[in-house]
Design a binder for this molecule. Structure first.
Ligand code: 5GP
Ligand code: ZN
Length: 114
């Protein structure tokens, strides 16, 4: 995807502060952190939204979950706790249309849906 920010990060055309990488997944520091730990996990293949994930996309999502656990350990918040969030489409608050998961932690997170 030529005009996708996260595809450009995967391609190395836009720099990122990488924290984890494997065959399917890249994880990097969010540019505007909402918590002391705020990591974005993405599939390396372009998938626009959660609703666009096919069978391969579901394998990517599984890999993202495994990666999230690894990142939580790397950041030493696995035992303290953390939150995983996927925003889907406009009312879900999705701004970047390349599937991604937020990993948030490093402080007591507030509850609430909106
Ligand atoms: P969304 O609202 O789409 O779920 O979240 C997109 C997230 O990507 C936001 O938290 C935003 O700060 C982050 N983001 C957007 N552009 C960039 C970028 O170029 N680099 C990094 N590291 N994060 C980005
Ligand atoms: Zn993309």
């Amino acid at each position: 995807m030529d005009d996708c920010i996260f595809c450009k990060i995967v391609a190395g055309m836009i720099p990122c502060r990488k924290v984890y990488e494997d065959e399917r997944v890249l994880a990097f520091e969010d540019i505007q952190p909402m918590a002391p730990v705020h990591i974005i996990l993405i599939p390396k293949r372009h998938i626009a939204t959660l609703m666009d994930a096919d069978a391969e996309g579901m394998a990517d999502l599984q890999a993202m979950m495994v990666a999230a656990r690894a990142v939580a350990k790397l950041k030493a918040i696995d035992a303290r706790g953390f939150r995983l969030v996927i925003n889907c489409n406009e009312e879900g608050g999705q701004v970047v249309f390349h599937l991604h998961m937020h990993l948030l932690g490093g402080q007591k997170l507030r509850c609430g849906l909106a």
